[in-house]
Design a protein around this ligand. Structure first.
Ligand code: 6R9
Length: 646
């Protein structure tokens, strides 16, 4: 058992939430969710106040999730306009470029003006409330402006991570039938250029994407790109002519705010849809409590806007709270592995939120790059995206935080919109590797395979038994898939897809996904997605993909590939297949290991037994378990014998 890190007395003395407040408010929040969230909802400006707070049923035959249903508001007005009087000159966004000599500060007043211009621009291009807009941008201020401008006019954005391939982008555009795409000529990360506009051009040649009428192109690098008239337009040329005033469109609390595609255990990525009111209440409230936010904080979340963390905790939560949020275009090891800490010093960052994979990668470089920077401004550290191993936790605490900064290990998902299980820094003692206790209003439980709720110290599948305002509302275009995926496995409960252990203190320890989703460097991938990319190659007959332990990435991608008759395995083909998957999905999906398989272990009904493949990939052939149900047990021995020496 690892060391307990108690709440520091100095931190507790001035914390927003202390132990007594956590216990009292948590008890209230689950006893009377209606009353609790009625009160918390007041933190936003509503153009029409809500009278109803919660209307939820997880019963699959009578299903609904509605929060603040009759309220109306505008998200951008809550993130910008309402701060102008008191915080107009306060920095909203500190932008740090890929190049360490490039940075900018954008005040609330400036950001407001840009967002108004962009809202007018989108309106002039015919984008209306409810229309979908794809955003495929690098980490530049225009990404924030574009997202907020969509919210301002009630359009629904779907941000696609700049590392996704043309095919992945096309799939998302086609699924949500976007009218407009906002992109850049090229992105810049770690000194390397990313061909964003070329990818958009390719994506828009794919079937199903002709809903797109306009492509707005932000000039980032000035690299040559082909502009196709009348479809492609330069962002800056059009922005120049727009008025810097715009009346925000009032939207219903339950109206959609964004769609974000995320991997599940089956099929194509799902369009997770979040609505406006409950989402913003939840993102802003969790952001304030979990990070113990103060007016003078400089807050830095290293996530890309292409992921949910970039939505809730880079942009919307912080801006709704009037905070200063730092947006970083680059990568942790460019120009060298001291970059994060140089940026912390340069901008006097006080709150820092990153992923375990980054911590592990930096840990490998030793303490010197960290110690080169002072980091004296830091007062709190956060972790998100995957379980943090206690060694990485201790290093983060001791080396990065100099033993002085509490660590909030925040567990949540794209689907949950905001943090559900986390320490509150002034209230909850930390245990390295544990996300600790539920946030206000969150009711986690652990169930066994049959769905029975287990009490006390135990281990099983993590479910949430009641709703919270930030919960996703549907899978875009497929409400039944939403209900089937999350509420059928354990009727009446939201199933997270994660396994968890609860210790004798009631602390939760997330043990990882229990479905066919793998978490590579904090990015979710469905094994089915990688498999279907592999079998799309003309030489591949069959493929099975599993996760395997990986020192830096947390999980790596291990692929077993059976070639078509007549094809011979070779090192060249192996490389070709890895490059193929990279091209089909994006660099994050490149298999780390690819093993040739003359056959795959299947049940007599033809189902691939992944449990066995996982054990082989883990190099634990003595733990294969029962193989008696296999159609051909001989297959397994071959795979063990031929396992890649690593
Ligand atoms: C926010 C985000 C969600 C999955 C989730 C879980 C894993 C996230 C974690 C964590 C352990 C944490 N996860 N945070 N596991 N401890 N603090 O990452 O969303 O990309 O949808 O991934 O990530 O497995 O189910 P998303």
């Amino acid at each position: 058992m690892s060391t307990l890190h108690p709440v520091s007395p100095e931190f507790a003395a001035r914390a927003r939430v202390d132990k007594a407040a956590y216990e009292r408010d948590y008890a209230e929040s689950v006893r009377d969710p209606e009353g609790f969230w009625r009160r918390i909802g007041q933190r936003l400006d509503w153009t029409r106040p809500y009278t109803k707070v919660k209307d939820v049923s997880f019963d699959v035959d009578d299903f609904r999730i509605r929060w603040y249903e009759d309220g109306q508001l505008n998200l951008a007005a809550n993130c910008l306009d309402r701060h102008l009087a008191a915080r107009g000159d306060k920095t909203a966004i500190v932008w740090e470029g890929d190049d360490p000599n490039e940075s900018r500060r954008i005040s609330y007043r400036e950001l407001h003006a840009e967002v108004c211009k962009a809202a007018n621009l989108l309106t002039n291009l015919g984008v209306k409330k409810g229309d979908r807009v794809a955003i495929y941008l690098p980490m530049i201020p225009e990404a924030a402006v574009a997202m907020l401008a969509c919210a301002r006019i009630g359009a629904v954005h779907t941000v696609v991570f700049g590392g996704f391939s043309p095919d992945s982008l096309a799939g998302r555009i086609a699924d949500s039938q976007c009218k407009l795409v906002i992109t850049a000529d090229e992105g810049l990360r770690g000194g390397k250029k990313v061909a964003l506009k070329i990818n958009v051009d390719e994506a828009l040649q794919r079937p199903g994407t002709n809903s797109v009428e306009t492509v707005l192109v932000v000039k980032r690098t000035g690299g040559a790109v082909a502009m196709q008239a009348p479809r492609d337009r330069w962002w800056s040329a059009l922005m120049d002519g727009q008025k810097a005033e715009h009346e925000p469109v009032a939207v219903g609390a339950e109206d959609p705010l964004f769609i974000l595609y995320t991997s599940g255990s089956t099929g194509k990525p799902k369009g997770v849809l979040h609505s406006t009111g409950g989402y913003l209440v939840y993102a802003s409230y969790t952001h304030e409590c979990v990070f113990d936010l103060r007016e003078d904080d400089v807050y830095w979340c290293t996530a890309d806007v292409g992921w949910v963390t970039g939505h809730s905790y880079l942009l919307y939560g912080p801006l709704a709270n009037g905070a200063t949020t730092l947006m970083f275009e680059g990568v942790p090891n460019y120009p060298d592995s001291s970059r994060f800490w140089q940026v912390v010093d340069k901008h006097q960052v006080t709150l820092f939120y990153t992923a375990p994979t980054a911590i592990r990668a930096l840990m490998r470089e030793g303490e010197a790059p960290v110690k080169k920077a002072s980091r004296a401004s830091l007062r709190l550290l956060g972790s998100v995206g995957e379980p943090i191993n206690p060694e990485a936790w201790e290093w983060y605490w001791r080396v990065v935080g100099d033993g002085r900064c509490p660590i909030v290990d925040t567990w949540w998902q794209t689907e949950t919109g905001g943090i559900l299980i986390t320490p509150l820094p002034g209230a909850i003692d930390q245990k390295p590797g544990s996300a600790t206790l539920p946030f206000f209003g969150v009711k986690p439980a652990i169930v066994d395979a049959a769905g029975a709720i287990l009490d006390g110290a135990t281990e099983g599948n993590l479910v949430i038994t009641d709703s919270w305002p930030g919960q996703m509302r549907t899978v875009y275009g497929d409400h039944q898939r939403f209900i089937d995926t999350y509420f059928k496995t354990y009727p009446g409960m939201y199933f997270t897809g994660d396994g968890a252990r609860r210790d004798a203190d009631g602390y939760y320890w997330i043990t990882g996904r229990v479905d066919d989703v793998i978490n590579v460097s904090g990015h979710r991938l469905g094994t089915a997605e990688v498999e279907s990319a592999l079998v799309a190659h003309p030489k591949v007959a069959e493929a099975a993909v599993v996760g395997c332990p990986h020192d830096i990435k947390g999980q790596g991608i291990y692929a077993y590939v059976t070639l078509k008759a007549g094809e011979t395995p070779s090192e060249e083909l192996r490389k070709e297949l890895v490059a193929w998957v990279r091209k089909e999905i994006g660099p994050i999906a490149s298999p780390d290991f690819l093993q040739w398989a003359s056959g795959l272990p299947k049940t007599r009904s033809g189902k691939i037994m992944r449990r066995i493949l996982r054990k082989i990939a883990e190099n634990a052939p003595d733990q294969l378990g029962d193989t008696s149900t296999l159609a051909d047990p001989g297959v397994v021995q071959n795979l063990v014998d031929e396992r890649l020496a690593r």
